[in-house]
Every structure is written in structure tokens, then in C-alpha cells.
Design a protein around this ligand. Structure first.
Ligand SMILES: [Fe+2]
Ligand SMILES: [Fe+2]
Length: 213
């Protein structure tokens, strides 16, 4: 495909990610209880409301991860780099579908700020990809490290009774660790501290706003 064809595909992927119902390639992880389809075990209304807010943040985070990797893949130099990014983006799409499904189960809404953050993350992906594959992998490794820390933090905040949300977050965390390790194996450059700080600030704006909106 030439660049114009790839841009059209990216536009299509972006529209689907932001506005269509996400479809997962892997089944949603479920708690290992006798009947995983039993009624939602979270009885506490305050716990459900907190789970909705946290899963809305995670959903938007997955949108951003997908946008970032799509942007990087668009301009990646080596086929190996591109295929790692495309595979990671596919798994982020699974995460997106699981978060969306869990939000629906709890009666929550996706963030209304998704288009804004998709555009921001996609632009960061293209710019980091244009810097070269090793820098691009550096962005991937740092993104996955920050996401892993963020998910660990959510596991401390989400109610122990909300096992359906917890098992999704735990599975996503395992995938994010693997994505980071794959990026390191492809020779990721360690990012300078100011860039790491800027990425962390972007993440803080996203998590802080989508918790409410
Ligand atoms: Fe993810
Ligand atoms: Fe990831």
C-alpha cells in the first residue's frame, strides 16, 4: 500500500476506534467462579460508581495506546517494528473492547473526550515514529511502563468485590508488561527525562479529565 492508502486505512481505524462498538479478538477475561455469568457481584452503589469512573479512564487510555501505536506503525521504518506495533495495537483493541463491555455492564458511559485524546496520541505516535524505530520503541517501552504503574494503582482503588473489573485490569497489565519487553528486545532507546515528564503530564490530563467526563 502507498502512503495515501495507508492514511485512508488509518482514518477508517480511527473512526472505528472512536465511534464503533469495539470487537475483541480474545474473549473478555472473567473471574474464575462457578458461574461467571451470574449477576454482577458488586452490590455497593459507591463501589460501582468508582468502578465506572476508573474503567472509563482505562477505556480512554486504551484508545490512546491504540492511537499511539497506529501513528507509530504508519511511519515505522523496519517491517519487524511495524508488525510489533500492529500486534500491540490489536491487543490494545481487545483491552478497549473489554473496558467498553464492562462499562456497559455497569451502566457507565465512555468518555466524551475520546476524539481529543485520540488525535493527541496519534500525533505523538507519528512524531515519535519519524524520529526512528529505536526512539519509537523507546516511546512504546515508556508508555507501557507508565500504563503498568497506572493499572497497578487502579487495582489498589477498585473494590475487591468488583472481580469482573479486576480480572480485566490484571489481564491488561500482563499484556502491557509483555508489550514493553518486546519493545526493549527491539533496541528501544531510553527516553530523556523531559520527554518522560511530558508523557506523564499528558497521561495525568487524560486520567484526570476522563474520570469525570
Ligand atoms: Fe492496553
Ligand atoms: Fe500495551
Amino acid at each position: 500500500m502507498n502512503l495515501r492508502d495507508r492514511l485512508i486505512c488509518e482514518l477508517d481505524t480511527g473512526m472505528r476506534t472512536m465511534f464503533a462498538k469495539a470487537r475483541s479478538g480474545r474473549p473478555q477475561p472473567l473471574p474464575s467462579i462457578a458461574n461467571p455469568d451470574a449477576a454482577d457481584p458488586v452490590a455497593d452503589k459507591a463501589a460501582i460508581e468508582e468502578s465506572i469512573r476508573l474503567m472509563r479512564v482505562n477505556h480512554c487510555g486504551e484508545v490512546c495506546a491504540q492511537a499511539l501505536y497506529q501513528g507509530q506503525a504508519l511511519v515505522a521504518m523496519a517491517d519487524q517494528t511495524r508488525s510489533l506495533l500492529v500486534q500491540a495495537a490489536k491487543e490494545e483493541h481487545d483491552h478497549l473492547a473489554w473496558c467498553e463491555s464492562r462499562l456497559g455492564e455497569m451502566g457507565g458511559d465512555k468518555s466524551r473526550l475520546i476524539p481529543l485524546f485520540y488525535a493527541g496520541a496519534f500525533s505523538v505516535g507519528v512524531v515519535s515514529g519519524l524520529l526512528g524505530d529505536k526512539w519509537s520503541m523507546g516511546f512504546l517501552v515508556e508508555t507501557e511502563r507508565q500504563v503498568e504503574t497506572h493499572l497497578h494503582n487502579h487495582l489498589g482503588r477498585i473494590s475487591p468485590t468488583d472481580t469482573r473489573s479486576r480480572v480485566i485490569i490484571e489481564t491488561m497489565r500482563e499484556d502491557e508488561i509483555r508489550h514493553g519487553q518486546s519493545g526493549s528486545q527491539l533496541g528501544a532507546m531510553p527516553l530523556p527525562r523531559p520527554i518522560k515528564t511530558a508523557m506523564s503530564m499528558f497521561a495525568r490530563v487524560m486520567t484526570g479529565s476522563t474520570y469525570w467526563i
